[in-house]
Ligand binder design. Structure first.
Ligand SMILES: Cc1cc2c(cc1C)N(C[C@H](O)[C@H](O)[C@H](O)COP(=O)(O)O)c1[nH]c(=O)[nH]c(=O)c1N2
Length: 210
C-alpha cells in the first residue's frame, strides 16, 4: 500500500505546471539509459484492453535524422503558406522544433495490427489505440521533466515520409516525433503564449454541466 501526502501532491502539481513543450535544447548528452527509462515508464500507462499498442523507435542514425529534419523543413514551409499577412509573419518567427539540437530523437507509433487485448474496448472506437499511445507519451513527458529533461513534440511532418524514413512495419501508425534533451531555459508559461500566438485558457471555459 502506497500513500501520497500533501507534499507529494504539491510537487505533482508543480511538475504539471513546469512541464513544457521544449524546442530550445542544450546539446549536452542525455544521461545514460534515459530514453530506455522513459520508455519503461511509458509502458505503465493505461491502454485500451491492456493492448499496450505503443511502439518506440530510437532514432540515432545520422542520415535518418537528417531526412526527418528535411521533412520538417518542407512541411513547415507548406504550413507557412497557409497563413497570410500578420499571422504569417508571426508563424515564420516561431521556433517549432528542436530537431537540430536535441541529443535524443524518439518516434512513437501505434500498432493498429496487433491483436493484444483481443479487441476489448475497440469495437466501436478503434481510435482508442491511438489514444492509448498519447497517454503513454504524456507519462513520458512528465517523467522526463521530473529528471530535468525536456521533450518537444513535433507533428509538422508527413506521416508517410516518416514511415518510409524509419522503415517500420506496415500496421504501425505514426503518432509523434519527440525531441529529447536538456532545456535551455525553464519556464512555467507555454512558449506559444510568450510569443503571443495563443493564450492558455482556464478550466471553466472547457467544462459543461448537464
Ligand atoms: C499532439 C501535439 C502536437 C504538437 C504539440 C503538442 C501536441 C500535444 N506541440 C506542442 C504544443 O505547441 C504545446 O504543447 C502547447 O503550445 C502548450 O505548451 P506547453 O506544452 O504547455 O509548453 C508542438 N509544438 C511545436 O513547436 N511543434 C509541433 O509540431 C507541435 N506539435
Amino acid at each position: 500500500m502506497v500513500e501520497f501526502d500533501d507534499s507529494f501532491r504539491q510537487h505533482l502539481r508543480e511538475l504539471l505546471v513546469w512541464r513544457r513543450d521544449v524546442r530550445r535544447f542544450r546539446t549536452d548528452p542525455l544521461p545514460a539509459g534515459l530514453i530506455d527509462r522513459l520508455i519503461e515508464t511509458a509502458c505503465l500507462s493505461p491502454s485500451v484492453g491492456l493492448s499496450q499498442p505503443w511502439r518506440f523507435v530510437i532514432v540515432d542514425d545520422v542520415a535518418r535524422r537528417r531526412a526527418v529534419i528535411d521533412d520538417f523543413t518542407a512541411c513547415n514551409a507548406e504550413a507557412l503558406n497557409c497563413y497570410s499577412g500578420e499571422r504569417a509573419a508571426r508563424y515564420a518567427a516561431l521556433k517549432l522544433s528542436g530537431l537540430e539540437q536535441a541529443p535524443g530523437h524518439l518516434a512513437v507509433f501505434a500498432d493498429k495490427a496487433s491483436d493484444v487485448g483481443h479487441g476489448l474496448g475497440r469495437a466501436t472506437m478503434p481510435e482508442t489505440t491511438e489514444y492509448s499511445v498519447v497517454a503513454a507519451i504524456t507519462a513520458m513527458w512528465l517523467a522526463a521533466r521530473a529528471e530535468g529533461i525536456g521533450i518537444g513534440w513535433v507533428s509538422i511532418l508527413n506521416p508517410d515520409r516518416i514511415h518510409a524514413i524509419l522503415d517500420v512495419p506496415h500496421g504501425w501508425k505514426f503518432i509523434a516525433y519527440l525531441c529529447i534533451g536538456y532545456p535551455e531555459v525553464e519556464c512555467d508559461q507555454p512558449e506559444l503564449e510568450q510569443a503571443k500566438w495563443e493564450h492558455r485558457r482556464g478550466a471553466e471555459e472547457f467544462t459543461l454541466r448537464r
